[in-house]
Design a binder for this molecule. Structure first.
Ligand code: SF4
Ligand code: SF4
Length: 79
């Protein structure tokens, strides 16, 4: 069975997700994950990305879209 919705995150609109994280907090299905993108041994990472990692569980409630102040999340129903 494929995902009901395609969830995308726009890095240009959300350059510092670690300063916000509202989408992470609001999603009732915990679809999103926050990852360090410049992980290096012995260095504290300072760049992060949001990954819609568990899209399979997205119900299309749109809470993430409503809460995002940057318009960085889009939701497309899969045909
Ligand atoms: S639409 Fe709802 S379930 Fe889907 S990712 Fe956004 S908050 Fe989560
Ligand atoms: S709610 Fe929007 S601005 Fe905030 S971390 Fe999520 S995608 Fe970025």
């Amino acid at each position: 069975m494929k995902n009901q919705f395609k969830v995308t995150w726009n890095a240009e609109k959300c350059p510092r997700p670690q300063d916000c994280g509202r989408c992470l907090e609001v999603c009732p299905e915990a679809v999103f994950a926050l990852y360090a993108s410049n992980r290096q041994e012995g260095v504290v990472p300072d760049e992060y990305v949001i990954a819609p990692a568990l899209q399979y569980f997205c119900t299309g409630c749109r809470a993430c879209i409503d809460v995002c102040p940057k318009g960085a999340i889009t939701l497309t129903p899969n045909a």
